[in-house]
Design a protein around this ligand. Structure first.
Ligand SMILES: Cc1ncc(COP(=O)(O)O)c(C=O)c1O
Length: 400
């Protein structure tokens, strides 16, 4: 079939039509610009709101100690590195943060990336080739999906958290030189945990490596906040961990891969393309992230508060008859199922001073639309109560 060559005008018109289709389907993402700092009380779109949709799990995004450390690094080390790590972009501060993350996670070595998206984007291609197999949970984060696409290894997928299906895929992968099982530690749309104990057992049985992306757990899940491997007591059975500095650990930016095998980290320094070809994390962000780890170590009560707030919100919502996906994580999906209802509820919450976002297809399966509430250590009892009251009032106004 011969394709008709279109003009630039046709191309732009086509984009415009596609945007209209998205808008008509209620799928156009609208951004609400904040005018102050990331916190519970925010100003967005000119309105005072209580924020229930950031990844600021420990409330450290505007923490004084972290800001002071970052400011001091700005004064001492300047604004940016103007280089990738392997040329002139490695600073003592990067090495210190890598060491601190290694200690915090109880691994052997850590490598920083500009983001966790980059960490996941660069890892697979650097470590695996066409003789290997990668088995991925069906709900893994987009960065894992994209990273696997960049790699020549055989790709297999198992149903979300389904150990029986994982075993089927492990059998299908047999004969591969190396096999990697990769899972999110916590699934961001559901707030559910990966069954790490069962995954590690199967990995052992079939001689596979295990990788966990713990972006939604590091800092507050597990006895000292070391994440889901600590929570499930499998720290020494997980081979590779990825994570972000952009959520609980201060919320700025940057990501990392950490491993109990220093050889994995050494190879990533040689071959991971986002590490080799993208600017290194600015020293002020690195110093702030080091301070964040210090704050987390000094204040274990913060993580406990995050989880207690999640439990409180869940209890109050259930008491008021809302359908929640069960769990204990501060990601709390409030289910409305119908796409338009979820969007209408988020709008009604916004009018009542609550900032929360509706997620619908294709981000979640069709007919499973929801409002994803995220709790933080910074929320007070009164603020959580206000949020629940707003849900109740919005539901009654919308006649649901
Ligand atoms: C599970 C998971 N992995 C990776 C990322 C990407 O993290 P970053 O913002 O550091 O690129 C996210 C962020 O949304 C995430 O939820």
């Amino acid at each position: 079939m011969e394709l008709e060559i279109s003009s630039i005008g046709d191309f732009i018109n086509e984009l415009r039509d596609k945007l209209v289709v998205l808008e008509d389907a209620g799928l156009l993402k609208q951004e609400r610009p904040l005018s102050g700092s990331q916190a519970v009380e925010i100003q967005a779109s000119g309105k005072e709101l209580l924020n229930f949709c950031s990844n600021n799990y420990l409330g450290l995004a505007n923490n004084e100690e972290i800001i002071t450390a970052a400011k001091s690094a700005l004064d001492t080390y300047g604004f940016g590195m103007a280089s990738v790590r392997f040329i002139a972009g490695t600073h003592n501060q990067h090495l210190l943060l890598e060491k601190k993350l290694t200690e915090f996670l109880a691994t052997s070595a850590t490598i920083l990336f500009p983001s966790c998206f980059d960490a996941n984007g660069g890892l697979f291609e650097a470590l695996f080739d066409e003789n290997d197999a990668i088995i991925s949970d069906s709900l893994n984060h987009a960065s894992i999906i994209d990273g696997i696409r960049l790699c020549k290894a055989k790709r297999l997928r198992y149903q979300n958290r389904d150990l029986a299906d994982l075993e089927v895929q492990l059998k299908a992968a047999s004969g591969s030189k190396s096999i990697l099982i990769i899972t999110d530690g916590v699934f961001s749309m559901d707030g559910s945990f990966a069954p790490l104990k069962g995954i590690c057992d199967l990995a052992e049985k079939y001689g596979a490596l295990v990788m966990v992306d713990d972006s939604h757990a590091t800092g507050f899940i597990g006895a000292t906040g070391a994440g889901t491997p600590q929570y499930f007591d499998v720290v020494n059975r997980v081979d590779i961990l990825s994570g972000t500095l952009g959520k609980a650990l201060g919320g700025a930016s940057g990501g990392y891969i950490s491993s109990r095998h220093p050889e994995i980290i050494a190879m990533l320094r040689q071959k991971a393309r986002p590490y080799l070809f993208s600017n290194s994390v600015p020293p002020s962000v690195v110093a702030g992230s080091i301070a964040a780890l210090d704050v987390i170590k000094a204040h274990p009560e913060r993580g406990k508060k995050t989880l207690a707030n999640a439990a409180l919100f869940r209890a109050l919502m259930l008491e008021n008859g809302f359908e929640l996906l069960p769990g204990e994580h501060p990601i709390v999906p409030v289910m409305f199922r119908d796409e338009h209802t979820a969007v209408a509820m988020a709008k009604a919450l916004f009018e009542r001073g609550i900032f929360a976002v509706a997620f619908s297809y294709p981000v979640v399966p069709l007919g499973k639309a929801r409002i994803r509430i995220q709790l933080s250590a910074s929320h007070t009892f009164e603020e959580i109560r206000t949020c629940v009251d707003a849900f109740v009032d919005a539901r009654s106004t919308l006649g649901l």
